[in-house]
Write a protein that binds this ligand. Structure first.
Ligand code: ZN
Length: 202
């Protein structure tokens, strides 16, 4: 039995399920919300309500977009170059790459990586739509920007096999990103260098 009243314990239990939040942080956050004078709790409630129902996936690249929009801001932007598609694991990686300001092409979000251990195969990812885009679009280069991890590398190799026969250049972000790391946590300069030094996957 908890020594805390149920409403606080419930909040702590929910917060604890967030990545990077342990029991101590969860308790601290819950007590902060309880004591703070401003309307932070209400702001949080408002932001969380409809978070999932009011957002969706871009029909072209599977980036996150408003549920009312068919395609995301980036796909909709005519100033961006159609010749290059940068393939990432997660929509968060787009944020990391956009922060570098060094990429002006299009993106494609796989929504995961190949992982035999977790039972994730090619059909579980947005690979078919990617191949369709490459086949029917104007892309001349596909940059494989999956994370520098075992799964990320395996996914890049698989994609290379699928894309090279379509007659398009396939490149991979340069090494220098920490192995096992996440694009999301790489600093801007490292990511910019990895992008500039991307290598041909023959
Ligand atoms: Zn899009």
């Amino acid at each position: 039995m908890s020594i805390l009243p149920a409403p606080i314990q419930n909040l702590i239990n929910a917060l604890e399920r967030l990545p990077g939040i342990g029991p101590k942080s969860a308790s601290r956050l819950a007590f902060f919300l309880l004591r703070t004078q401003d309307d932070l709790s209400d702001q949080l409630v408002n932001a969380l309500t409809g978070l999932k129902t009011s957002t969706g996936s871009c029909k072209l690249c599977y980036n996150i977009t408003l549920a009312t929009q068919e395609v995301c801001e980036i796909c909709d932007d005519e100033r961006r170059a159609d010749g290059t598609i940068c393939v990432v694991e997660d929509a968060l990686d787009i944020l990391a790459l956009e922060r570098t300001g060094g990429f002006h092409g299009r993106y494609h979000v796989l929504q995961g990586v190949l992982s035999p251990i977790e039972g994730v195969g090619p059909d579980d990812l947005r690979i078919k739509p990617l191949l369709e885009r490459v086949r029917s679009g104007e892309a001349r280069e596909v940059i494989l920007a999956t994370n520098p991890s075992m799964e990320g590398d395996a996914t890049a190799l698989y994609l290379r096999q699928q894309i090279l026969p379509l007659g398009v250049r396939v490149t991979r972000l340069a090494r220098g990103l920490p192995m096992g790391g996440d694009l999301e946590y790489a600093d801007q300069n490292t990511l910019l260098r990895a992008l500039a030094g991307r290598q041909e996957m023959q």
